[in-house]
Design a binder for this molecule. Sequence first.
Ligand code: F3S
Length: 408
Amino acid sequence: MKLSDEEQAMLAGEMGAGVAKAMEIVVALGNIYGAADLVALDSAHISGVSYKNIGDAGLEFLEEWVREGARVRCFTTLNPAGMDTEDWQHSDMQTAPAFAAQQWRVLNAFRDMGIDNIVTCTPYYVNNVPRRGDHVAFSESSAVVYANSRLGAYTNREGGPSALASAIVGRTARYGFHLDENRRADLVVQVKTPLPDATAFSVLGFLVGKIAQNRIPLLQGIEREMSEEDHKLAGAAMAAAGGVALYHVPGQTPEATERGEEIIAPHAEYITIDDLADGYRALGIKEGRVAIDWVNFGCPHVSLEEMRQIVDALDGRKIKTRMWVMVAPAVAKQAMAEGVAQRIKESGGELTLGACAIVAPMKQTGIRSVATNTAKGAFYHSSYNGLDIHVGNIAQCVEAAVTGIWAG
Ligand code: F3S
């Protein structure tokens, strides 16, 4: 692989042991995947932030990297933590002090690498918004697929360590989704079912992801213009159910629009989806009218628009179950300024800031069942947290929070 003089110097340790370690990781990946060279990064987004996930071994690895002088060379944001990063003591997550202490050590290690503690899985709602053609290293699967598809940026589906290594050297190896020739659709999905809201897009995404696995789907027949939320929920579900890192929608995603028919690979498989029932079945949702004890919005983190929809559906009513709205701290600030956050709290809901309930130690909450508006959230609440799951749109979930009953 061709390296510039500066890159050779990094690899040789002339810029410190931390930089050399990062460059070794980036070069190793480039060699494995046959990259010709490295490409400069416009930004990065790092997962593997929750102490629950990385544990003491991961924490010590990060702190050692800091001691070795590792500092990021491009703008970098972080995925959510395993607790509310603004007010963990009062959060309904009931975070244990010992966990919080270790979680802060993780966040401080990232801060010492020069990463602002912007903790969210929707960095594109804050200030890490890749432009068309930007090369980035993202390692949150829902953010990867959003950046590649909706925004037309170029990123591989990085792991946490490889995205961090890339951020430290400010470059990534040019292979995979960084090359136009690897971005053509090889699964064309004719969609012949109504998609009235973002939750329907989410279930469609889950179904597509299961079929596609790590292929690149192109969705045909989408009749309405997809909102930001439609893209976010559909892409997140595709990435969770399969390994989808990029999808195209002609006339709606930038690359499909620019490349026209050429975006479809000659060997592409063609399928039709005319019903979402298989998607709901694949999620394993519990059917029928049943009491629930939690409503969860924000997997991925909610937008300001979704918070407005929650408030509209609440219409000033008090809730009977727990209801958490997981959101980026910066988006919560906007919601405070608009009065939306206060109205959720007045109804009895809670905003959890910078947190992910999937990667938080949730056992202590005693929660056993959840209603949520996203297929990704449902899938992980079931598979990671062992909860009974119910999936509906924002209005249905709010109704469940108000009555304490999932209407089935
Ligand atoms: Fe975000 Fe956690 Fe879901 S990182 S996408 S809330 S699994």
